[in-house]
Design a protein around this ligand. Sequence first.
Ligand code: UD1
Ligand code: CA
Length: 456
Amino acid sequence: MIDVVILAAGQGSRMKSDLPKVLHPIAGKPMLGHVIDSARKVSANAMHVVVGHGAQQVKAQFGEESDIQFALQAEQKGTGHAVMMALDNLAQSGTTLILYGDVPLIQSDTLDALIQITQQGKVGLLTVNMDDPSGYGRIVRDANHKVKAIVEHKDASESELTIQEVNTGILAVPTEKLHDWLPKLSNDNAQGEYYLTDVIALSVGAGIEVETLQPEFAEETFGVNNRAQQAELERWYQARLVQDLMTQGVTVLDPARLDIRPGNTLGVKVGRDVVIDANVILEGQVVLGDGVHIEANCVIKNASIAAGSKVKAFSHIEDADIKQGCDIGPYARLRPGAVLENGAKVGNFCEVKKSIIGEGSKVNHLTYIGDAVIGKGANIGAGTITCNYDGVNKFKTEIGDGAFIGSNSSLVAPVKVGAGATVGAGSTITKEVEADKLAVARGKQVNLNWQRPTKG
Ligand code: UD1
Ligand code: CA
């Protein structure tokens, strides 16, 4: 039985934000979400989130999930007090792992190793060595190098202050013992708080060894108290996500200028020989097939781009499905529901929404296609607009295979243009154009004799 207690009651006042600190994101996912996901990876049976400041907002975001229970810490009287709020909800035996909603990047491998320690009947404590340990709880050891206690900075003696090994706050304790020890904590210390760290001395006093462990990366234990620390962890995490893509065979022209924000999705899935140029942002679930090339300054969110397709610079793609060998941009905008069949092209300053662009069809310049179905091999001339909206309702435009829409035409939906039909440039089409017909719907040109006025 593994219980995880996640402390998330603090105010986070240095964030200067209306959003509770633990809901601020790293890579598009709330920090608390990262912690919960790591806990799930170590097969936590139950998670107990201790909330206080912003409790309603935190609960609103995570309350639906069945493996999460909340405990309210109305007044913040210390980390030990916070864990006490969840004590009644913990199992009687097994392991309890203590984590923090504002220490988002703890890795499940590290947690696994800590849990292993408790399975040998000991307490597992995660520590790091710091050049400047000020502010942190110091790990005090005896002559045999065994952990004796944690002493908080404000309670430490001169000599204890020189200790560079510090408490990360993350620890794993046999749950049965936690039930014993927490009620014994006192707040007789420099800060008048119930320190969770005092369970270490209680453990040693009870003859239970405290074994320390160091994380693979110090960043796993970094807490976020302000926007600068949030940004620092965001950069570190981004470097790892990008490194992972490169390991999978992606060419990333500048690893420092690719951002990956999976949020709560599975993130980015790539084929072979994908190339991503500078200043690209990939959000949500993005699938990039073999040989996909993303040029500079593109934002791609929840989209699938199949093999051999190219997204040229400054394009914006969201909730779109792009099949093989398509050509997009530069400066294209594909909105939700855009589907490009194999070999379709959507060029500069074109917007496509909830529409299918058929195989090999071209929408190359300055066009809006909304609520439309375009067949194969059609050519949509520059400046074509599907007039899909009457101010209240949306209507559909259907364009058949091989149709040719002359430049600067308006297709007033609902309307159909048949296969092989042609629309003369500048037409406003309000009625069906049958297959293979030429529709011209514009004022006729007249050439008059005329004398242009001259200046007196
Ligand atoms: C704590 C540790 C210290 C360690 C440091 C690592 C204690 C007594 N000290 O110190 O040894 O080096 O973390 O960063 O545990 N929280 C609550 N309710 C409370 C108090 C805190 O939920 O009543 C939460 C905070 O929101 C925060 C975390 O617990 O996420 C740590 O609290 P904080 O006050 O930052 O602890 P430190 O004094 O830094
Ligand atoms: Ca702190």
